[in-house]
Design a protein around this ligand. Structure first.
Ligand code: SF4
Length: 366
């Protein structure tokens, strides 16, 4: 089983973010740990393969709270062995040598750092609370504590007026020798500060050309450095792909705890109440934290299977139903390898339309 734990707290909202977060100066640590464990008590028992603390900003929780959560979750689920991958999402400013050592002894063996950029002006524009120097210091502290499995998140396709140097950011990220990188194109979500800035003309929405250019550049730059893209937005060195996220992409069941967390049992997807207060009240009063659920039809499951297969480098097995369409191979958007259809980086840029073309083609029999 793969377990996701959502920690909803942040100290401020980043300019592009529309996640389910609760902005708090003081984190209600004990209250959070209590309700989370209360929710966890209702889940089925079973071994945990991976645990992922995501957010929000999980690194705002004191290390003792993370250690207590991991310990109690293991007891509650009566697991026979420790999870093999335990990830903590962290903001660079929270990573001190002491915190890193405490995380490592609590069982955290992978850290995903929200670096985003190495340009202080860009970080300010994003409302991030760290500067570029903190990213290197954080990586250093993690290594000093024995945590080698380090991933950096970077955002690309920023508005032109920021004059962000993407090549420089990639070089600085690679100079820190991470084993994993996640690259996300900036999207403008409704009701975010970024959305408001664009509406009043203070900046411009990122353009598609820049998105494609920077995405393809990152591919060649990272491949030249020994990384391989095992998913549309994720690149790793050998042996360092995220096992937790790979479970999502291969359609495996997972459990989610905390506000807005999703769970999937193979046929039904459930999600918890989004807002921290609503979630906290429901669990504290002994009610279910589930806001809603969706049972996937055969057709939805098939569509999802195709989409997930194509977003990874595993690709989609070629069958009578899914064949390499000449226009797609001729454009260089898909290739055939080991009896599977795999997206090229150019194909990943148009993943949605590729999936609809493939799923709409009539079935033929050889
Ligand atoms: S730290 Fe992450 S979750 Fe929190 S506001 Fe920023 S982007 Fe959103």
């Amino acid at each position: 089983m793969h377990l996701y734990v959502h920690v909803p707290f942040c100290q401020r909202r980043c300019s592009y973010c529309d996640f389910s977060i609760a902005v708090r100066k003081r984190i209600p640590v004990q209250e959070y740990v209590d309700v989370l464990l209360r929710e966890a008590a209702s889940l089925p028992e079973g071994d945990l393969q991976t645990v992922y603390f995501g957010g929000g900003t999980p690194s705002l929780l004191p290390p003792e709270a993370i250690a207590a959560l991991l310990h109690e979750l293991t007891l509650l689920r009566r697991t026979s062995h420790a999870a093999r991958e335990v990830t903590l999402e962290a903001n660079p400013e929270d990573v001190t040598p002491d915190a890193a050592r405490a995380w490592a002894s609590a069982g955290i063996n992978r850290v995903s750092l929200g670096a985003q950029s190495f340009d202080d002006n860009v970080l300010k524009w994003m409302h991030r609370s760290h500067d570029a120097a903190r990213i290197g210091a954080a990586v250093h502290a993690l290594r000093g504590a024995g945590i080698e499995n380090i991933s950096l998140d970077l955002i690309f396709a920023l508005p032109d007026d920021l004059r962000r140097d993407w090549e420089r950011d990639l070089d600085l990220a690679l100079a820190l020798r991470p084993n994993h990188l996640s690259l996300y194109g900036l999207t403008v979500e409704p009701r975010t500060p970024l959305d408001r800035w664009i509406s009043r003309g203070a900046t411009h929405a990122p353009d598609d050309e820049r998105y494609a250019e920077e995405y393809l550049f990152a591919h060649s730059r990272l491949m030249a450095d020994g990384f391989f893209f095992y998913e549309v937005s994720n690149a790793a060195r050998d042996g360092f792909r995220s096992q937790h996220n790979s479970a999502y992409w291969s359609g495996k069941p997972y459990l989610g705890l905390g506000p807005a967390a999703h769970s999937f049992d193979g046929t039904t997807r459930r999600w918890n109440l989004r807002a921290w207060e609503a979630y906290r009240r429901a669990v504290a009063e002994g009610r279910s934290a589930i806001e809603s659920e969706e049972r996937l039809t055969e057709e939805q499951r098939e569509l999802e299977r195709v989409y997930l297969a194509l977003r990874t480098n595993e690709g989609l097995p070629i069958t009578a139903r899914y064949r390499p369409l000449p226009p797609l191979t001729a454009q260089g958007w898909v290739v055939v390898r080991d009896g599977r259809l795999k997206c090229t980086p150019e194909g990943w840029l148009r993943l949605d339309s590729l999936v609809s073309e493939l799923t709409m083609q009539p079935e033929t029999h050889p």
